[in-house]
Design a protein. Sequence first.
Length: 343
Amino acid sequence: MTSRTVTLLDVARAAGVSKSTVSDALQGSGRVAEATRDRVRTVAEELGYRPNSAARHLRRASTGAVGLHLPATATRLDYYMNLAFGVVERAQEDGLDMVLLAPSGTSGGRIASRVDGLLVIDPEAGDSAVPGLLDAGVPVVTGERYLGPANGPSGAVVCDNAASLTALLDHVTERGARRPALLAPSGSSAWATALRTTAGSWGRAHGVAVTLRTVPFAATPAEAEAATRALLTDDPAVDAVICAPDGSAPGVLRAAAALGREVGRAEEADLRAGVALLVASCVDGPATRGAEPPVTAVDLRPAAYGRACAELLCDILADRAAPDTVRRHAWSLETRASTGSPG
């Protein structure tokens, strides 16, 4: 390695300690045993580690807070608001406040002086703020993996998004669909990438072409309605629409109604005749539960997910979790009337 590429995380891995321990050892702060401090400094020197501009601003005492970075569109999505509530609840159990960071991001050095650690949720590979956050000199936990070129986080909490979409596709085909379509999210987050990739791999494995239409990551109901109208007009044989973005399902239902497609009837003759349409969503929430008919969806349990992310960060800060820890978060499939299933 060269001094240009060596990071705190590299030193932590080589020394067998946490990223926060490396920071304390190199800064001469924290409760670090002298032998550990000497080992970390030796490893850092051998690797050629040099503090970057952000690391020079590392705090020398706990701030009693953690930072939360959400996607820029998060403020209008129910999923992220529930996730944030889960973060707050869990952080407070360890006596930590939560600081909600501006979507545009702040320089890593400035953030490091305000918080003890960071949570970065659904990081986009193309988000210019993320590399600075990952190299801010404090422990960082991501909600979902980061697929960009910057240094990796201290830990991650991930869902099996390929499995959740597979479950939806399996479900609608079991209910009689033969021409499913996916309103797939744009962007370079792990979630969006997994859904687009899985649609193709599932289709190849089952000999079924999954029609793919890309919509914004946080598509509004109006945007989902327009995309669904165009989809069903171009290909009336589509008999199931799975919409990815949170809160977009009502738009799919409106488009179906406008085109005379009856949602939820699973009789194969109706599906083949282009009368019936099955509808499902990759994200559950008030919009799917309160729709008419209620929409089958994947419950990602966002509040519990936020708690899990905050818990991992708290564990890393307290040296209860090793560097590079990855934890799994469970989801469930909620079948409802929109796919002809009992509520």
